[in-house]
Design a binder for this molecule. Structure first.
Ligand code: DON
Length: 574
């Protein structure tokens, strides 16, 4: 017999051995990803926290959709594939750069407090805040903004039909997909909370009440139905139709005061982005009701007065000065920042380069000042655990930086009955009582006090850096109060310390938020460094990973993307 006749047989044999080996060989627990090098592409790129959603975004770019189209498709897809933070029942912020018109746009689709909100609803008989009511209760839920925000972005700045952008998400929810290790782990971690709310248990655990395991197929029929209605009828379906009714039924059942009118009246707001300058770059980020942009720019304005590049990345000297600058920023945050539709936020003063210099002069480069001595600066005016982020750049140089959230992982844990939609607990971001910390240890005062229709203060910091009107960096991260400082480090790592995006995203992180008076550091930071910081008078708290950053850099050689090795995302390009 001629030997070539054996080729098909050998092929079949080889394939069978490979399939058999796949079933018996142990799988790596953590997905392996290329973090040593940034991913490169020539035309368009997405960096997102979950691979299926990232792929959907990439396909939209390949089909000719722009960055906004891709972002909207990713936003809906993450509500299906990354339910701990991707959402329809939460809110967020989207920063858009349109290259042709050189326009930077900030869309605020943050949740609002219901009309019937009253501070006393959140206090016990001794006037003490009851944490459960801002976290796992009908009262914890803010009027959701995501559907309005994504649709507003699409209508004004996208190019594709709503149905075409939502179809991939609907298909994933309808037909189901196999659970990754990361998703099954996140569902298991929230199992105790799901037990408390039967609707969440119904959606997020198997029929027999057992948790889903990696590789098992997960269908979300009710969510598919909700998504289809939104795709067909637009925002009306969510804010006025049967979905609205179901949301309110659930909220009421669990003691909340949100009404159909609150949903019908919800508006996303287009705002003026916060702008600063660092090195040769123009930095743009979200204005209030996020504190992210204001303090990112304030920190950069302060830190540019120190030779950080000479001192070196993550040396004790550099980290000391960063921590001192952060204390000033978070002290100001606690006093000044709130919803700009309710309180006057001195954005111009806080982000003014002179104010950065003023703070820099007060920083002692040798010793840590106790936070208690760094109260918010009230004179300058007279003198002069789960969110998610994705970044997109398209072939025409447009960009989207989007961070959105349910607040905690899986929000309040409440699912609007029959919709598959998990609801946020964003109300915990208000300062219910002066001096009482929220879940992220943040304290606030009057400016961030809860009031009807007000938006709670956020730390979400989607940012875009431009160089001569061209996109240079697009990034952001989850991480509660640590979002601002993580974004600061991404920018410093690339611009000051000349790292590529993968290095910048991977480098050990630190954080200081004024109160508590501690530097939080990741355990990968050298112990020699923490010992030196200790000698300068800092209290060090070593802790787990901070954030899940998604960063894309564009230079004349193309696009370079990096998805945080702390998470399970990817950057994909073409
Ligand atoms: O808006 C905020 O600042 C918070 N609700 C963000 C929460 C968050 O990042 C949780 N993720 N780790």
């Amino acid at each position: 017999m001629a030997i070539y006749k054996l080729i098909p047989l050998c092929f079949i044999l080889f394939s069978s051995i490979v399939s058999w080996a796949k079933t018996v060989l142990p799988e790596p627990i953590f997905a392996l990803k290329d973090t040593a090098n940034p991913v490169w592409a020539a035309r368009g790129m997405v960096a997102a926290p979950e691979p299926l959603a990232a792929k959907i975004g990439l396909n939209i770019l390949k089909k000719g959709g722009n960055a906004v189209d891709a972002a909207v498709a990713i936003g809906y897809a993450l509500a299906v594939t990354h339910p701990r933070a991707g959402n329809l029942g939460g809110g967020g912020f989207m920063l858009i750069y349109l290259r042709r018109t050189k326009k930077m746009i900030a869309i605020d689709y943050r949740e609002t407090a219901p009309q019937a909100t009253k501070v006393k609803l959140y206090l016990d008989e001794n006037k003490k805040p009851v944490a459960d009511r801002t976290r796992y209760h009908g009262l914890a839920i803010g009027v959701p903004g995501t559907v309005m925000g994504l649709e507003q972005a699409r209508v004004k700045y996208g190019t594709m039909k709503r149905m075409d952008l939502m179809k991939p998400a609907i298909r994933l929810a309808q037909k189901g997909f196999r659970l990754s290790y990361a998703l099954s782990q996140s569902l298991n971690q929230a199992a105790t909370r799901f037990k408390r709310f039967p609707q969440a248990k119904h959606v997020f655990t198997k029929k027999n009440g057992q948790p889903y395991r990696p590789k098992e197929k997960w269908r979300q029929k009710e969510l598919a139905q909700s998504l289809s209605q939104i795709a067909q009828y637009g925002t009306r379906a969510f804010y006025r139709g049967s979905i609205a009714k179901k949301i309110i039924q659930t909220v009421e059942k669990y003691g909340g005061v949100m009404t159909l009118e609150d949903l019908a009246q919800y508006k996303a707001v287009q705002r003026e982005p916060v702008q600063g300058h660092y090195d040769v770059y123009d930095i743009f980020a979200m204005p209030p009701p996020s504190s992210g942009g204001v303090h990112l720019v304030q920190l950069l304005n302060t830190l540019q007065h120190f030779p950080l590049a000479d001192w070196g990345h993550n040396t004790a000297q550099t980290l000391h000065v960063m921590a001192e600058a952060m204390k000033y920023a978070y002290a100001d945050r606690s006093y000044y920042l709130g919803d700009p539709d309710f309180v006057q936020v001195p954005i111009r003063q806080l982000t003014h380069p002179k104010y950065g210099r003023y703070i820099a002069k007060r920083i002692n480069t040798k010793r840590a000042q106790p936070s208690i001595k760094m109260s918010p600066n009230r004179s300058f005016i007279k003198e002069s655990d789960q969110t998610t982020h994705f970044s997109v750049i398209d072939k025409d140089g447009n960009a989207v930086s989007n961070t959105y959230t349910l607040n905690f992982s899986f929000g309040s844990g409440l699912v609007a009955e029959g919709t598959g939609i998990i609801l946020n607990n964003e109300i915990d971001d208000f300062s219910i009582k002066k001096g009482v910390a929220n879940a992220y240890g943040l304290i606030g005062g009057k400016a961030n006090q809860i009031a009807p229709k007000k938006r709670p203060l956020s730390s979400m910091t989607p940012f875009i850096a431009l160089h001569q009107d061209n996109v240079f960096l697009v990034g952001g991260t989850p991480g509660g109060s640590r979002i601002i400082t993580t974004c600061l480090q991404l920018i410093l790592n690339v611009i000051t310390h000349k790292m590529n995006p993968a290095e910048a995203v991977q480098a050990p992180r630190m954080h200081h938020q004024w109160q508590p008076d501690k530097i939080q550091v990741e355990q990968s930071l050298s112990q020699d460094t923490t010992a030196l910081l200790d000698r300068k008078g800092h209290i060090i708290q070593v802790q787990g990973a901070m954030g899940d950053a998604q960063l894309i850099m564009k230079n004349r050689n193309g696009l370079w993307g990096a998805s945080d090795p702390r998470g399970y995302g990817v950057s994909l390009g073409y």
